[in-house]
Write a new protein. Structure first.
Length: 451
């Protein structure tokens, strides 16, 4: 990175950043309070409140959102007449999955092989630290030249819509000229990237019931309808022979125009086992950025250990469906439900519960803010040109903000590059990426204020 005062300040702040991320990662802030204590999320939220107040934010609040979680809001006034920029991150995280599968404890930031490991290190507690680093660097080099609003969400990973509903009820709160969503990532480490597309998401619970209770498989098996078998047959109908997602009425042939994702690189990033084929048709970019993708996220059924020879009376699954921007998430959820309803065999009873919904989003990458970001990234990543890539994941708040503030320029970037393994075992963040992107954010704010 070329030497400049902002970059030098961020570099000097990195030891403090590591300590703060260590403290923040230590909170098991999963916003599913049936699995994790609410106090863990409250602890993370209060940590952020204290951090913002220490940075001179004059208006800091815990927002009680309609889904029963809390988001953190802060306001830092800038010079009179300056533009306003909203900085977004989230402090809630995915469950650690199998904690025994982690090389080091999931909620203990651990340095290994030049990376910092821990749940939320990249997604998205690292984003909170990135915003703090950028603001500190500006304060140390002439001051923050814009009015800054910070919003740190408490339930983004659950897609329960708490902050979206709160923002709709308080439309003036998050109004800004530019919005920096610090929750995506570079296409690969060292390649500066902004996100040009987000898929929407829907989460649907499906339950199949066939009997009043489990039955002995020797006495009744062969004639008694097995609920688990019925559920498996319905779920299998969601994929074609080549693995493509097939939901009745849902188009699956869109093509991605832009930066492509080489198949060999994808296999490496996804850690696909030797000899195992990729699924679907079209380019990898088509499949992960432009087309719907269904995933069976979990099934409630007896585990292998302790299983008895029984015909199952009931079975339940959680099905996730990612849909490209332009397809309303509620419409996709309706199509998914109708498809499964029609595929459950033997007249089995089936019921559904919609547990999460989020809209896709495509920002206007031709807006002036992107010119400022390209200039900032060129300094943070010398010799590299800013790239525009898709993101297969979802950030439901983006569509809400775009609807509330149609004139706001929305940019998406962040720390979740492929090596970060977000949502998986051994999630990590590259400290070099944290440093460079903090520099880029600081320089963006300075450049954007001057334009």
């Amino acid at each position: 990175m070329s030497s400049n005062p902002v970059a030098e300040t961020v570099a000097a702040l990195m030891p403090r950043a590591k300590q703060e991320l260590t403290e923040l990662v230590a909170f098991a802030s999963v916003a599913d309070f049936t699995q994790f204590p609410r106090s863990e999320s409250e602890g993370a939220a209060n940590w952020i409140v204290a951090a913002l107040r220490a940075e001179g934010f004059t208006d800091v609040d815990l927002l009680d959102t309609p889904d029963g979680t809390q988001s953190v809001y802060g306001y830092l006034p800038g010079p009179a007449g300056a533009r306003t920029v909203l900085l977004y991150a989230h402090y809630d995280v995915q469950p650690p999955l199998d904690e025994d599968g982690w090389t080091s404890p999931a909620f203990e930031l651990t340095e290994r092989n030049g990376r910092w490991y821990g749940r939320g290190a990249a997604d998205c507690k690292g984003g909170v630290i990135m915003h703090l680093l950028a603001l500190r660097a500006l304060k140390a080099n002439g001051g923050v030249p814009v009015h800054v609003k910070v919003i740190v969400e408490g339930s983004e990973e659950q897609a329960t819509g708490g902050l979206e509903r709160y923002a709709e009820q308080h439309p003036e709160l998050l109004a800004a000229d530019a919005i920096l969503i610090g929750d995506t990532g570079n296409f690969q480490v060292g390649l500066p990237t902004v996100t040009a597309s987000l898929r929407g998401t829907t989460l649907l619970r499906v339950q199949v019931d066939t009997l009043e209770g489990n039955l002995h498989s020797g006495q009744f098996g062969g004639a008694a309808p097995d609920a688990l078998a019925a559920l498996i047959r319905a779920l299998d109908s969601l994929r074609a022979e080549d693995g493509s997602t097939t939901v009745d009425g849902l188009a699956g042939d869109a093509e991605w125009q832009g930066l492509q994702y080489p198949e060999e690189q994808f296999r490496k990033d996804a850690k696909v086992l030797d000899g195992v084929e990729l699924i679907g048709t079209g380019t990898v970019a088509d499949r992960v950025w432009a087309r719907p993708a269904v995933t069976v996220l979990g099934i409630d059924c007896p585990p292998v250990v302790g299983a008895t020879p029984s015909v199952q009376a009931s079975a339940r699954a959680l099905v996730g469906l990612r849909v490209p921007p332009g397809m309303p998430a509620a419409e996709a959820a309706k199509l998914l439900q109708e498809h499964l309803q029609a595929r459950v065999p033997w007249g089995a009873r089936v019921s559904f519960e919609l547990s999460g919904l989020g809209e896709g989003f495509s920002p206007d990458t031709s807006s002036p803010a992107y010119e400022a970001m390209a200039s900032a990234m060129a300094v943070a990543y010398p010799g590299q040109e800013l790239r525009y890539a898709g993101e297969g994941g979802s950030i439901p708040l983006c569509a809400t903000l775009a609807g509330l503030y149609p004139d706001a320029e929305i940019l998406l970037f962040g720390l979740s590059e492929p090596e970060a393994q977000i949502h998986g075992l051994d999630e990590s963040v590259s400290p070099e990426e944290l440093e460079r992107l903090s520099v880029a954010e600081a320089l963006f704010l300075r450049d954007y204020a001057a334009r």
